[in-house]
Design a binder for this molecule. Structure first.
Ligand SMILES: [Fe+2]
Length: 204
């Protein structure tokens, strides 16, 4: 998969490389918790809510399609930062998941197509390494000017995840099930089944 991307897309760089004191299951649960975008990363993306449009379960491989409406900028914010007008009102995300070691974000924008490959590597019982390879296809010369910003942005995202990961998940009993927890259920089931591929859940 990464090879196909490398052939077609321009490599922007590696970012978000860290070793986090957490077990692999907790790390994966966080990364597939589709509610955490408007919790952990709320300030950064100003996401108001996360709507799961579709989840395609293919065993150790899956696709999640999310619609994420953003907070509407106030006139004051627009005057201060006219770039606000260029930000989409709804962030559409297509996440492709390769259990257990990779998550791939497909991003489409007027300026560029983005492929963001998140890797999850266990180092010890309670130590996991993460890093992100970023690739793009420019649709405008402007895309080349924001490569550094993209790397920095994703580094901040990973930093926010790393901070929250000290507190949560694997030991916490599951509460009321929300629609957006389908990704976390997928992780739990695959984790129990690994390395035997599980039966995909087709009822969704
Ligand atoms: Fe996150």
């Amino acid at each position: 998969m990464a090879n196909e991307i490398a052939a077609e897309y321009e490599f922007i760089g590696v970012t978000g490389a860290r070793s986090i004191p957490t077990d692999l299951l907790s790390l994966l649960l966080n990364m597939h918790d589709y509610n955490h975008q408007n919790g952990t990363h709320r300030e950064l993306f100003e996401i108001e809510s996360v709507q799961m449009k579709q989840f395609i379960d293919e065993g150790f491989h899956s696709h999640a399609y999310l619609s994420q409406p953003r907070k509407q900028p106030r006139l004051r914010d627009i005057l201060k930062n006219p770039a606000q007008l260029a930000m989409p009102k709804v962030l559409e995300a297509h996440l492709e998941n390769f259990f257990p070691f990779m998550g791939l974000l497909h991003g489409e924008d007027k300026l560029l197509s983005l492929k963001e490959c998140h890797f999850y590597v266990p180092e010890a019982d309670r130590q996991s390494r993460v890093f992100v390879l970023m690739y793009m296809k420019a649709h405008s010369p402007i895309a080349h000017l924001i490569k550094g910003n993209l790397l920095k942005l994703i580094d901040v995202v990973v930093d926010q995840d790393a901070k929250i990961l000290n507190k949560i998940y694997a030991d916490v009993p599951q509460r009321i099930k929300l629609n957006n927890e389908v990704g976390m259920d997928w992780v739990r089931r695959n984790f129990e089944s690994f390395p035997v591929a599980p039966e995909p859940n087709l009822s969704r």
